[in-house]
Each structure stands twice: as C-alpha cells, then as structure tokens.
Design a protein. Sequence first.
Length: 313
Amino acid sequence: MVLIKSSFFINAARTFRNCVPRCDPVKESDVVAFAEFLSKSSKLLMVTGAGISTESGLPDYRSEGVGAYARNKKFVPVQYQTFIKDPDFRKKYWLRNYLGWDNLYSLTPNGAHLAVTRLERNDRLIHLVTQNVDSLHIKADTKKVVELHGTSYRVVCLSCSFDIDRLRFQSLLAKHNPSVAINQFPLNPDGDVDIGEEDYKAFRVPDCPDCGGVLKPDIVFFGDNIPKPRVQFVNDLVDECDALAVCGSSLTVQSSYRIVTRAHNLKKPIAIINIGKTRADDLVSFKIDAKCGQVLPAACDLILGSNYVNLDR
Ligand SMILES: NC(=O)c1ccc[n+]([C@@H]2O[C@H](COP(=O)([O-])OP(=O)(O)OC[C@H]3O[C@@H](n4cnc5c(N)ncnc54)[C@H](O)[C@@H]3O)[C@@H](O)[C@H]2O)c1
Ligand SMILES: [Zn+2]
C-alpha cells in the first residue's frame, strides 16, 4: 500500500522566467526577403521547433543562456527506456508533470503561432510539421498540423488502445492525490517542474482503467521511434512542397534534420528563422537570426496586408 503523507507542499518559486535568448532586432531587409520567399511559394511546408514557443513562456532545450541545457548542466530529457523500465522514475515523472500542468495548460500562442494560422487561412501553407508537444499551434487554430513528436495533451496506455485527454487525467491524478498541493513553479521545457528527491514516492498514478497497463503521455520520448506512417506522411509533404521554412529549431534532433536534408536533396528552396546556429546552416542559402515572433507577423503583414480579418473566420 502506498502511504500518503497528510499533506506535502513544495515551496513556491518564481513562476515566470525569460525564455527567449538574446538577439538583435530583425532588419527590415530580412523581413522583406522572407516575405518574398513566402510570396514565391504556393505550397509552403513549415517546420517549427521549441524556439517558436519561447515567446509564449516555455523554455526550449538549446537556447544560449536561457535554454534547459544552459540553465542546468545536468539536464537530461526524459528517456523512453527509463520511463518504461523504472516505476520509481514514472512516479516522479508524473508528479513533476502534475505540478507543471496548470502552467503548461495556461500558455497561449504568440504572434508567430498566429502568423502561421494566417498563412494557412490564406492558402499559403500546405502543412505545418511541429516538433513541439505544447499544442500551441492547435490553440492558435492552425488546422493542418503534424505533431511529429506527439502531444502532452493526451495520455495513452502502453498495452491497449485506451487514451484520455490530459485535462481529464489531471482530475484523475488530483482524485488519487488529494493531499498534494499544487503550487506555482517555473516550467521546464518538458512541461514539468523541478522538485526535490524526497516527496515523489507517496504520489499515486492510476493504471489503465481498461487493462491495468502503464499510462504515458502521447509524446515520442528520446530513444523511442516516431510511428512509421507519420514519418511517411511528412516525407510525402516534403516531396509535394515547393519551399520549406524552418522556424525556431536548432535541427539537432535527427527527425527534423532529415526533413531539411530531404528537401535540400530535392533542391527545394529552404529558409531558416532561428536565433543562433542550426545543424543545417550550411545547407540553406537563406537564414534570419531573429525572433520568430518578430519576423513571421511582419512578413505576413507585408504579403497579406496588416489587417487580420481572416483570423476571425
Ligand atoms: N515547446 C515544446 O513543445 C518543446 C520544448 C522543448 C523541447 N521540445 C522537444 O525537444 C526537441 C528540441 O528540438 P528543437 O530544435 O525544437 O529545440 P532546441 O531547443 O534544440 O532549439 C531551439 C532553437 O530555437 C532558437 N530560439 C529560441 N527562441 C527563439 C525565438 N523566439 N525565435 C527564434 N529562434 C528562437 C534557439 O536559439 C535554438 O537554436 C524537439 O524534438 C521537441 O519535441 C519541445
Ligand atoms: Zn490499457
């Protein structure tokens, strides 16, 4: 039997932190060049990464000075094998995730997410491929989205087809852990928070109600594979598009780097908007080192006009 402490509080810390790395304001000539790039394309494919969400308040992994690796030299993203094999790790994972959920759930899309939706509504975009699991593109109402690495907004069973919305799962966790107080913490990139070593063993995580299996967020953790049909779908998009734009990704992760190399091999025009280096800088002729939240809305205004009528549709 799991013993629950009468209550455990984990001290409140600063809830908000700057997540955006330092950079210069975008040059007008760069915005004009990116707007030209967009306007030449009628079948644009866009790939986004954690960098597009930093202006919404969610840290990324590799931003200089403010990303998870810069803040915490010991930072290790969740590994699939550890989650599968280690029940203690899973308990701690779910407690950290439980405590971070309210903050993650309350994040809102920024101007860059909204600009992507504008492009879609004006038939400029064939599809969006995001590496993010934060659902901010869905909240911004972009419709054609592939979540390459899954989503934090759904929980699945590892043994059967059961799934549950993350919001409902939060209520279940609350029901199982009435004595755990949720205080406000600064969010980590994985939507969780830092806690001490001591408290997690009392945390109770329900098993799958259908088969008793292990429940996991519907995220492709490091060391796991992206489902093959999803990879094939993205490959087909790369083949179909007439241009590729990458926004807010270091492209360190192989699955996103492969999208760019495939487009490069097919001689598609490629543009990158990213603060700092990416793994594909040598493959592209056009790179803007500035905030997505500055470049995307400004370029959209240039090609679509500055009123946002289409966003109300
Ligand atoms: N938001 C999320 O859902 C989230 C957050 C962290 C990590 N992840 C996962 O981790 C992996 C990390 O790879 P990645 O390439 O997406 O992230 P990354 O951390 O490797 O790279 C992000 C890049 O974006 C740049 N950047 C940060 N803010 C920016 C801004 N406002 N405008 C322009 N550039 C900005 C950074 O300098 C960095 O080079 C992904 O697979 C993703 O699934 C997801
Ligand atoms: Zn099950």
